[in-house]
Every structure is written in structure tokens, then in C-alpha cells.
Design a protein around this ligand. Structure first.
Ligand SMILES: C[S@@+](CC[C@H](N)C(=O)[O-])C[C@H]1O[C@@H](n2cnc3c(N)ncnc32)[C@H](O)[C@@H]1O
Length: 216
């Protein structure tokens, strides 16, 4: 996600308005442009996260908050996942991501749905791995979202939350990212939700990112 410096960055609801708000809830003409921007700007981050997922043949993967669908595209291109599913509350992102991944949808490998982290429209114990890139801080109810992730994950399944690390100094047109304290708060939420362990992996992907990898 690339956003203006006016974008707030609490670990729960991101209540930004205007252009910054479009990154959390893309709609209309601005949302269309923001979707295209994210597809370019977030590509390296999405590639890094897909690599970290280390998808094994026959695994089922779910992305929460897929936006323009670049991580889904990368999953199709680089893995042998049997099932690649996604959920996002934006109808605009659903249509951009569906267009970007139309072949995968046609073959039945990809299944993208309208919905949210609070109400994931898939059955329990469906997925080996679930991930979210630049999306967790937009979830309207993070605790409910994490409970939903636990519901749809198989036993010993894995969740990756990919977050941008805070910049040492505020920069115009760059999302502020998560401070150390905010990262710790997310880790505490993961533990409180019932994930058995969480480890951190840091990557340089155009910008420093932190992936919180948790196990059910
Ligand atoms: C900043 S974009 C990131 C998109 C993509 N993952 C990327 O990195 O390019 C955040 C996405 O999260 C979605 N989102 C917002 N609230 C959500 C929620 N409650 N549950 C799931 N996704 C949500 C938005 O619609 C948007 O597509």
C-alpha cells in the first residue's frame, strides 16, 4: 500500500478519508486508480510474501484483502497450489483481481469472493495457509477476523500478516507503517486469539516489511 502521509495507522480500523481512505476501501474512479497503483507499487512486497508462504503442491491458500490481485497472480505463476481463494469487501477490487486472474478462475483453481475478515465465506478447516498483505490494519474487527482465520485454517495451518515497518521519518506519499509498539500489539492479539506461536521475518521489498508468521 502506498498512501499519503495523512493516512492514520492504528492497528485496527483505518478511518482515513479521501485518497488515503481509498487504500482501505477502494471505490469509484479514484479507487480504480488506487487499485492500479497498488498493483505496481506493492508488487515486490506481494512477491516476497508469496515466497515466504513456501506453498507445497496440493495446498489450499486464502488471501484476505487481495486488492488488485497481484499476490493471487504470483501464486498461480510460481506455485502448485490446488486451490487459491481470496476475500475482499471491495466490489471494485473483486473485479480488478478477477480480471487479472481470469484464467485461474476459468480453470477453477482460483475462487475470489466478496466478503471480509470478520465473515470469511468459506467452510471451517479449509485452508493450509492464510495471508494478508497491507490489509490487517483495515479490518473493522481484528479480533473477530483472527477468530475467523482460525476457523477456516486446518489444524497446524499458518497465517502470515505482512505489515510495512514504520519509516524512521515521515515521508510524503508513503504509508507511515507499523511502529515496534504496534507490531507488539499485533503479536499480543495473535496470541490472545489462540495462535500457538508467532515469529517475525523481515524483508526488504521496496521498503522494509515485517511478516508475522503464526501457527494455529
Ligand atoms: C491497502 S489494500 C492492499 C491490497 C493488496 N493486498 C496489496 O498489498 O496490494 C487493502 C485491501 O484490504 C481490503 N479490506 C479492507 N477492509 C477489509 C476487511 N475488513 N477484510 C478484508 N479485507 C479488507 C481493501 O478492500 C483493500 O483491497
Amino acid at each position: 500500500m502506498t498512501a499519503t502521509s495523512s493516512e492514520s495507522h492504528p492497528i485496527s480500523v483505518c478511518k482515513s478519508h479521501g485518497l488515503a481512505g481509498q487504500f482501505g476501501h477502494p471505490t469509484g474512479f479514484l479507487g480504480l486508480l488506487v487499485g492500479r497503483l497498488m498493483a505496481t507499487k506493492n508488487r515486490f512486497m506481494n512477491q516476497a510474501v508469496v515466497e515466504l508462504l513456501d506453498v507445497q503442491p496440493n495446498e489450499s491458500i486464502l488471501e484476505i484483502g487481495f486488492g488488485p490481485g497481484t499476490a493471487i497472480q504470483e501464486l498461480i505463476r510460481t506455485t502448485k497450489a490446488t486451490r487459491i481463494a481470496g476475500v475482499d469487501p471491495s466490489t471494485l477490487m473483486l473485479s480488478q483481481a478477477s480480471r487479472r486472474n481470469r484464467r485461474g478462475i476459468q480453470t477453477g483453481q482460483v475462487d475470489l469472493k466478496l466478503g471480509s475478515a470478520s465473515q470469511i465465506p468459506f467452510d471451517e478447516e479449509t485452508f493450509d495457509k492464510v495471508f494478508a498483505v497491507n490489509s490487517f490494519h483495515h479490518w473493522s474487527d481484528p479480533i473477530r477476523g483472527l477468530n475467523e482465520v482460525l476457523r477456516v485454517l486446518k489444524n497446524k495451518g499458518q497465517l502470515i500478516l505482512a505489515l510495512r515497518a514504520a519509516l524512521p521519518q515521515k515521508r510524503m506519499f508513503s504509508a507511515p507503517g507499523f511502529t515496534e509498539q504496534q507490531m507488539e500489539q499485533v503479536e499480543q492479539r495473535l496470541q490472545a486469539a489462540g495462535f500457538s506461536e508467532t515469529r517475525r521475518v523481515e524483508r526488504e521489498a521496496g521498503r522494509n516489511i515485517v511478516c508475522l508468521i503464526s501457527q494455529k
